[in-house]
Design a binder for this molecule. Structure first.
Ligand code: OGA
Ligand code: MN
Length: 213
């Protein structure tokens, strides 16, 4: 009995194993349907509800102690999600995130002890110029996590592509990722420069970071 339990204690998760293999080999991973269509719809409703309450703020550059609003660099509006006061939908979101973090810590010794996530809404015409997700005075962000909450009928022509700038043996390569609903992009925060191309139709997402202490 106890032997059986020990064997069942660690169950390999193929989805997470793919993420880990991708990150080890190319420093980023794109996961389709990380969230189900129902979960995406519920998260989108939650985002829109809070946006209608005027809870979103213009996103800043720099971190919370050293931030400035610079519309020539980024034009999205954001709302940080508080896990302690999460609604039922957000709790489901954090359940999945925590499960992933537990797996990463157990299998890769990543030492992720903190996380932070915000909703983001890019109004038509906005963008986020090429940048790195780390700050000069804070290098705790290890993995960036972006989850798209757009409608099922999102089209590539709507713009708002995420472009990752990759280094292939010293040659820069652009990896273009469309913000289709349910899609999650995970990448190394300290390594991969990236940008959000101008959006033609309001673009919805949750972005966050898995951090060391
Ligand atoms: C960010 C960011 C990418 C995206 O918020 O730092 O780069 O696709 N987001 O929304
Ligand atoms: Mn970024």
């Amino acid at each position: 009995m106890s032997v059986l339990f020990e064997q069942l204690d660690f169950v390999e998760n193929p989805l997470y194993e793919n993420v880990i293999a991708d990150i080890l080999t190319q420093k980023y991973s794109v996961v389709e349907q990380f969230f189900t269509a129902e979960e995406v719809a519920a998260l989108r409703d939650s985002l829109m509800e809070k946006h209608q309450l005027d809870a979103f703020k213009k996103a800043a550059i720099g971190n919370r102690v050293n931030e400035t609003i610079e519309k020539s660099i980024r034009g999205d509006v954001i709302l940080w999600i508080d896990e302690v006061n999460a609604n039922a939908t957000e709790q489901l979101f954090f359940d999945k995130i925590n499960h992933l973090v537990g797996y990463l810590n157990k299998t890769c010794f990543m030492g992720i002890l903190q996380k932070e996530f915000h909703y983001a809404l890019y109004p038509k015409g906005t963008f986020y110029k090429r940048h790195l997700d780390t700050f000069q005075n804070d290098d705790r962000r290890k993995l960036s996590f972006v989850c798209y909450l757009n409608d099922e009928d999102w089209q590539p022509e709507n713009g708002g592509e995420l472009v990752l700038y990759l280094d292939e043996n010293g040659v820069e390569q652009e990896k273009v990722i469309y913000p289709f609903p349910g899609r999650v992009v995970i990448f190394e925060s300290q390594v991969i420069e990236h940008e959000v191309k101008p959006v033609d139709t309001q673009r919805l997402s949750i972005t966050g970071w898995l951090k060391t202490r």
